[in-house]
Design a protein around this ligand. Structure first.
Ligand code: 3PG
Length: 307
């Protein structure tokens, strides 16, 4: 019998697992669940005989892919697929996919949750400030960036974006101002919200020089990936500029070093929370399950991300 594994170190909402089960069992397949595992050996054992696999930020390394002897398709229920060894997938005849757009609203809402939390001084009772009238820069205008723009307008913010891969007219059609360079985005905006993927071009690209362009009281919001931050540059900047704040949905490697030092202007969620809503889990989970069934049954490779 065809077997599909859900391997999630950070479990989906139970309703999402139920929805995935409906799709998988509806196709006549068996569903296997591995949640909250802490030992890589458990993952290696679980993948041994599965045909399809749904993961989140779980690391699908070469070792995992090679241990999954029957694997035909792996779906990252989410947007970023930097956790999958794409080369290993290709070499082993495995189709790797993501589910773009399915969890984007959840991530965008968290951007504003964190911004309000910071603006109101962590809800400590002291007087904070408002988002209305402030300038927000969206660094990469993909699915999440677009939702961020829409919500920002609801807050009465001035919205700017930079994305060399999206046509200027497309962004402007949403009522968002397009800047000509990444430097201009940071120089212009009180807030910058990161929505770039982690890849060879973007890793450590958010550095001291770029961040130092931000106006007084600048806030960097990261719901993307920790790898895109040059942490040495960030520490140097936060030490030099007492007005600058960093809020992140992904704990930086330097968190222990900076937590006490920059208290009140550095905040991170205990575990990546952006996509952690029932709606996002259900949307991405169902999409992933359907993609696996359609790939196995019909050879449908929509949303394939490896060559
Ligand atoms: C994504 O790339 O879709 C988000 O970072 C969500 O990641 P998660 O599924 O681990 O919460």
């Amino acid at each position: 019998m065809t077997k599909v594994l859900i391997a999630t170190d950070k479990p989906f909402a139970p309703a999402a697992v139920d929805s995935i089960r409906t799709v998988v069992e509806g196709a006549g397949y068996e569903l296997v669940l591995l949640e909250s595992y802490t030992d890589k050996a458990d993952l290696l054992a679980a993948v041994a005989d599965v045909d399809g696999m749904i993961i989140r930020s779980d690391k699908a390394t070469r070792e995992v892919i090679e241990a999954a002897k029957n694997l035909k398709v792996i779906v990252r229920a989410g947007a970023g697929y930097d956790n999958i060894d794409l080369e290993a997938c290709t070499e082993n005849g495995v189709v790797a996919m993501n589910t773009p757009g399915q969890n984007s609203n959840a991530v965008a809402e968290l951007v504003f949750g964190m911004m309000v939390f910071l603006a109101r001084n962590g809800f400590n009772g002291t007087s904070g400030f408002e988002l209305r009238g402030k300038k927000i820069g969206i660094h990469a205008y993909g699915n999440v960036g677009r939702y961020v723009g829409g919500i920002a307008k609801g807050f009465g913010m001035e919205v700017y974006a930079f994305d060399p891969f999206v046509a200027k007219e497309t962004i402007e059609a949403d009522g968002v101002k397009v800047v000509d360079s990444v430097e201009e985005l940071y120089s212009t905006c009180n807030y910058v919200s990161l929505h770039i993927p982690a890849n060879d071009k973007t890793k450590k690209s958010i550095n001291f020089d770029l961040l130092n362009r931000m106006p007084k009281g600048g806030v960097l919001v990261n719901t993307a990936r920790k790898e895109v931050i040059d942490e040495e540059g960030l520490i140097k900047l936060m030490a030099a500029r007492k007005d600058f704040a960093y809020i992140s949905d992904i704990a930086p490697d330097c968190k222990d070093e900076i937590a006490a030092k920059f208290e009140g202007r550095f905040f991170f969620t205990p575990k990546k929370m952006g996509a952690q809503t029932a709606e996002a889990n259900i949307n991405a989970g169902i999409a992933g399950a359907n993609q696996i069934v359609n790939c196995i049954e019909k050879g449908d490779e929509t949303y394939r991300v490896n060559k």
